[in-house]
Write a protein of this length. Structure first.
Length: 322
């Protein structure tokens, strides 16, 4: 008995192993993949002898909406948010594991788009999706685990900042927040900020570069600059002061904020999902290209902007936001 034509166009029609074949067939793997999909587990090279590992879960309706983003964009975002965490440790990615949950009536074109985006983003840093799992669920959920190699470097954690260090950032800030504000008002333009919300562009190579330059602490800016610098401050038992005049507030953000009656600096300070990198460096360190100094580390435990406590939420936190 064969499924009806309409059913064949869904994951139920393909079945679990048909979906797996559709996701993995013909996809190239990198040299770090010693054994890829098809066995009980993958085998990935770890030349350094240590493995950096990070996992993120993206849930439909919380992290993405298919009326705001197409499946390919969601797939790219799912990979990017994990690769940014590996970069923030000073490591280079070596492989990815993917978990996918979705309803039985999910169209195969959605799965094709998701996986196409995932493989595209993975290929941008020269790695492959080496394995994973899939189950049925009431909504689409994507779990990605990224693996990385430190290549002899020390891992750059959140706990190494010291008074006198310089705070620096690499990558865009505030763009995804501006895009979210635009989409939330029912608009689809300006395209540049909307695209930033749909697909982040983390500066992957900047993480290892910062580690080589002597970064004392580093973090992926996923929840907002102030919120994530707060994690460094807490872990390092220091205070951090951000200089607002050193932050880049792009004219595009100014224009969008003016149209929406918003504050563009607030987006830069508290907006998440750009996945820029923030780090602290000893005062004598030479910052790598594209990193820019935006603050300083001191004693105490406060996060301030221009010497004053920031008024309002500092970023996103699950369960404390609707």
């Amino acid at each position: 008995m064969h499924p009806e034509p309409a059913e064949r166009d869904t994951v139920a029609g393909l079945g679990e192993f048909g979906v797996i074949e559709r996701i993995t067939s013909g996809r190239p793997q990198s040299g770090s993949t010693l054994l890829g999909p098809g066995d009980d587990a993958a085998v990935v090279a770890a030349p350094d002898g240590r493995v950096v590992a990070s996992t993120d879960i993206l849930v439909e309706g919380v992290h993405f909406r298919l009326d705001w983003s197409n499946p390919r964009q969601v797939g790219r975002k799912a990979i990017a948010v994990n690769l940014a965490d590996v970069a923030a440790m000073g490591a280079a990615p070596t492989g990815l594991l993917m978990g996918l949950a979705c309803p039985a009536d999910t169209p195969t074109e959605v799965i094709d788009g998701l996986t196409s985006g995932m493989w595209e983003e993975a290929a941008s840093v020269g790695v492959g999706i080496v394995g994973g799992d899939m189950v049925t669920a009431q909504q689409i959920m994507i779990s990605v685990t990224a693996l990385g190699d430190l290549a002899g470097r020390r891992a750059v954690t959140r706990s190494g900042a010291r008074p006198g260090d310089v705070v620096a950032v690499c990558g865009r800030l505030g763009w995804a927040a501006a895009g979210l504000a635009v989409l939330g008002r029912g608009f689809r333009s300006p395209g540049a900020v909307v695209a930033a919300q749909r697909v982040p562009t983390p500066p992957y190579a900047a993480g290892p570069e910062a580690a080589d330059a002597g970064a004392s602490a580093m973090i992926d800016v996923s929840d907002g600059l102030l919120a994530d610098l707060g994690h460094i401050a807490e872990a390092s038992a220091v205070s951090i002061d951000v200089w607002s005049d050193r932050l880049e507030v792009h004219q595009r953000l100014v224009d969008v904020a003016s149209a929406l009656g918003a504050d563009p600096l607030h987006w830069v300070l508290t907006g998440g999902e750009d996945h820029a990198l923030a780090a602290t460096f000893p005062a004598e360190a030479v910052l790598p290209p594209e990193w820019r100094a935006v603050g300083t580390v001191g004693t105490g435990s406060l996060i301030t902007v221009d010497g004053r406590t920031y008024d309002g939420p500092s970023g996103w936190e699950h369960w404390r936001h609707p």
